[in-house]
Write a protein that binds this ligand. Structure first.
Ligand code: AP5
Length: 216
């Protein structure tokens, strides 16, 4: 199955994708995580990504598509994938469709998480991330342990993302409405779009997604 987890920044795509990896046996392909890893490597390409990300702007399509094409060739993605934060523009959606078609595959479902802006700002400004393994926390809803050690890898390098300020999340949300939301209309005629209420507990939302996919 090829599944797009769709929604505004902070909608819970990454949180749900990590759970669905286990439930569906598919890899998570997060262009945002890949870009942050590239930046952490200190490469020139990583610095280019960071210039856009730190302003809350989308990275240009040509840079994203190169990264995506390399990732989709990896062995773990041959039976399908969960796309998290990709595609984000109509050209990216068209490139995804064309790449999958060459492999005899197609987008089977687009799960669109619906979360109001106030909840998004609250979630994003409270988010903390382990720099070593990517485990996500929220200062109120799922705080890191008092020891400060990551529950997944034990690292104490738990930080706030540079683009997780209120000002930047509002910019990212505006870009989402301008450049990303039209993707839903691109997929709607094929009947694959499933709109899911993204507010409530993480477990409840997972249940709604699995139910929308006919998996429970
Ligand atoms: P990316 O890393 O993809 O970020 P995003 O889409 O902005 O989404 P987020 O990671 O902010 O949120 P999320 O929906 O995954 O929410 P999460 O589960 O963490 O992209 C970052 C940047 O990279 C972009 O701005 C752009 O510059 C660039 N980029 C990436 N891909 C690109 C592309 N394809 N094209 C161009 N540019 C690209 O949850 C958020 C918080 O809420 C967490 O703290 C979590 O613990 C908490 N939370 C989650 N669920 C719940 C719940 N049910 N209740 C309470 N709290 C919850």
């Amino acid at each position: 199955m090829d599944l797009i987890l769709f929604g505004p920044p902070g909608a819970g795509k990454g949180t749900q994708a990590k759970i669905l990896v286990e439930k569906l046996g598919l890899p998570q392909i997060s262009t945002g995580d890949m870009m942050r890893a590239e930046k952490a490597s200190g490469s020139e390409l990583g610095q280019k990504f960071a210039d856009y990300m730190s302003k809350g702007l989308l990275v240009p399509d040509e840079l994203v598509l190169e990264l995506f094409a390399q990732r989709l060739q990896k062995p773990d993605a041959q039976g399908g994938a969960i796309f998290d934060g990709f595609p984000r523009t109509i050209p990216q959606a068209e490139a995804l469709d064309a790449t999958l078609a060459k492999l005899g595959r197609k987008v089977d479902a687009v799960v669109a998480l619906d979360v109001k802006l106030d909840a998004i700002v609250d979630r994003v400004t409270g988010r903390r991330v382990c720099r070593a393994c990517g485990q996500t926390y929220h200062v109120s809803y799922s705080p890191p342990p008092p020891s400060g050690e990551c529950i997944s890898c034990g690292s104490t390098d738990i930080v706030q993302r540079a683009d997780d300020t209120e000002e930047k999340v509002r910019t990212r949300n505006a870009k989402y409405h301008e450049q990303t939301l039209p993707i839903l209309a691109h997929y709607e005629p094929t009947g694959v779009v499933k709109k899911v209420d993204g507010e409530g507990s993480v477990d409840d939302i997972t249940g709604r997604i699995l139910s929308a996919l006919g998996k429970q």
